[in-house]
Design a protein around this ligand. Structure first.
Ligand code: B12
Ligand code: SF4
Ligand code: SF4
Length: 270
């Protein structure tokens, strides 16, 4: 089976299983993508959202596997009218993330059964536990572009998607990046609605990272420490009144993290 056929089979199967989009990022291309270059150089204070490191590698360094050559990235739609997909219900992984894990599991079974000789390995959400930087991987895989809200923007769903990935042992060419830029000339409603003004000044300069020009928020203006203040407030505002949640039942604890920069992006499903 040639590379093109393998890619087509895998991407089509991902879509058939419920993914909004799927693509391939070759590991050689990923190693030079901005987040993969920048994160090993960032100081510990810039580790918001980080968890205990189980890879044994220095902070920010991805645990590549010798026998793995490509990364399959999938996206799952999180539409505005289904907010519960993004919520932490009773302390559990958000339903949308569980859906991604389910799709990835079925995709893994399919690849191993139908594509001779290809090995797979599901990837953890966190780089500290063996994962990859998912937004850059999605751009290299052609799923979309990084917007001025610092999120992956897809043509069809805008930023309203969540991501997951797996390693493949087969050396497939990357299916991106493309050159689409929805942010050119846009008056940035995404940034204006940020409750913390997380984009109001340049936090990262190209010179700090060996001349890297593609920075958080693209121009270095996204401050994760400022954004994280909102995440802490959202945790304090945990809903503790029993609430009926579609496809779940009664939740006695709901944490709803901010999505203002995401939901106010002008790229929306038509
Ligand atoms: C840690 C983390 C957080 C932290 C810190 C965020 C940060 N960006 O540093 C906190 C808790 C604050 C956070 C907040 C949010 N997060 Co978060 N987060 C993560 C996590 C685990 C790692 C992100 C990270 O550190 N990336 C590395 C840094 C360096 O990347 P970066 O800041 O984006 O900057 C790089 C890119 O912009 C890139 N870039 C810029 N231009 C270009 C151009 C090209 C061509 C390329 C290739 C790259 C590129 O270069 C920059 C420098 O390296 C990922 C999951 C994962 N494993 O990737 C989810 C993830 C990024 N988060 C996600 C989401 C949705 C959110 C929130 C909306 C909260 C929510 N409701 O879930 C906010 C949005 C904040 C924002 N506007 O960015 C989604 C994004 C989906 C999407 N459509 O993009 C992810 C992928 C998780 C998921 N479930 O799918 N998050
Ligand atoms: S998630 Fe909320 S606080 Fe963070 S950058 Fe987006 S709008 Fe601002
Ligand atoms: S609203 Fe969307 S398209 Fe406009 S600048 Fe923000 S991320 Fe880009």
């Amino acid at each position: 089976m040639n590379s093109r056929t393998i890619t087509e089979l895998i991407v089509n199967k991902a879509i058939a299983l419920g993914a909004a989009a799927a693509g391939i990022a070759n590991i050689q291309d990923l190693k030079s993508a901005p987040a993969f270059v920048m994160m090993p150089q960032r100081p510990h204070i810039d580790r918001v959202g980080a968890v205990e490191n189980t890879t044994g590698l220095p902070e920010g360094v991805v645990a590549w596997k010798e026998e793995m050559r490509s990364v399959l990235v999938i996206a799952y739609e999180h539409p505005e009218e289904k907010p519960y997909l993004d919520c932490w219900l009773d302390g559990k992984n958000p339903p949308g993330n569980l859906e991604l894990i389910k799709i990835n599991k079925k995709l893994k079974e399919y690849i191993e059964a139908e594509i001779p000789g290809v090995k797979t390995e599901s990837l953890n959400y966190y780089v500290e536990k063996g994962g990859v930087w998912l937004k850059d991987a999605s751009v290299v895989a052609g799923l979309g572009t990084i917007g001025k809200n610092n999120l992956l923007i897809t043509k069809e769903y805008g930023p309203r998607v969540r991501l997951r990935a797996m390693f493949l042992s087969v050396d497939l060419p990357s299916t991106g990046p493309g050159d689409w830029d929805p942010c050119a000339g846009c008056d940035m409603p995404c940034r204006k609605k940020c409750p913390q003004n997380a984009f109001d000044r340049i936090t990262y300069e190209a010179g700090q990272y060996g001349g890297l020009t593609k920075l958080p928020g693209r121009d270095g203006s996204y401050s994760l420490l400022t954004c994280d203040r909102q995440m802490a407030e959202d945790e304090e505002n945990e809903i503790k009144t029993p609430t009926e949640v579609p496809d779940y039942g009664t939740a006695v604890s709901i944490i709803k993290y901010c999505r203002e920069c995401e939901l106010n992006c002008r790229i929306k499903p038509s």
